[in-house]
Write a protein that binds this ligand. Structure first.
Ligand SMILES: *Cc1c(COP(=O)(O)O)cnc(C)c1O
Length: 227
């Protein structure tokens, strides 16, 4: 399947999910996750009209970044070791996995002249041990502590739902992230406008959209998977 055809199908599904939940299509951004595919495939996605590219490894993404950098926004969606922050700052426009102050501190150190990193705080809503992210109950405190790091702007929350056979079963996870987002947004922190929700992947994105996702991260269903 060509990326263009996949995108057309994806668009229809997104439109329907928006319609079912009374949302506007323009409020949902597609992040094409290209971690499984070649630079050419990533370029194909860009040509098909994709404006956001997501990658989870600094090294693996360099070639794609070089090829696509002036055409799209780059999203870092993986776990990041503090020592690799220097490779991310200045290259990536969004960072989806902020979950500890040591990382914020390193970002602060690497950002110069009022440069800011647009971050999502990653939350482990389901509590699965294998998942990264903060406990729901730690999030508010963590975000208030981030005010001491002016380079960090918390634009939203991110989660990965557990993989379930029926995506309907992931709905409570998305709902909880939305409620938490609302709670934080309503605090009106200057450093944490927290308007966005990064949630939903190939298997569960329609449900995530119904529950308020503003960034869906789609790999397999859009660009496929290459070995
Ligand atoms: C790989 C990945 C995705 C995309 O997964 P698909 O199931 O292929 O859509 C989304 N988010 C994160 C954090 C990922 O690591």
């Amino acid at each position: 399947m060509e990326v263009r055809d996949n995108l057309e199908e994806l668009e229809q599904t997104i439109h329907q999910a928006c319609k079912r939940s009374g949302r506007t299509r323009d409020d949902v951004n597609i992040v094409a996750v290209t971690k499984y595919v070649s630079t050419n495939k990533a370029l194909e996605a860009v040509e098909a009209g994709i404006f956001h590219i997501g990658e989870n490894r600094v090294e693996g993404a360099l070639e794609k970044w070089e090829a696509c950098k002036n055409k799209v926004a780059f999203h870092f969606i993986g776990t990041l070791q503090s020592k690799k922050v220097k490779h991310v700052i200045g290259k990536y426009d969004y960072f989806h996995s902020l979950d500890r102050l040591s990382l914020a501190q390193e970002m602060q150190k690497r950002c110069q002249d009022g440069e800011k990193v647009q971050c999502f705080v990653q939350v482990n809503v389901s509590g699965e041990e294998s998942k990264e992210g903060l406990d729901e109950k730690e999030v508010m405190n963590f975000i208030s502590e981030l005010k001491d790091y002016p380079a960090i702007e918390v634009i939203g929350l991110m989660t990965m739902a557990p993989f379930v056979e029926d995506p309907e079963n992931a709905r409570p996870v998305f709902q909880r992230l939305r409620h938490l987002r609302n709670e934080i947004r309503d605090k009106g922190f200057a450093h944490a406008p927290c308007r966005h929700l990064s949630m939903g992947m190939s298997n569960d994105f329609p449900i995530a959209i119904e529950e308020g996702a503003t960034f869906v991260r789609i790999g397999t269903q859009l660009v496929g998977k290459e070995e």
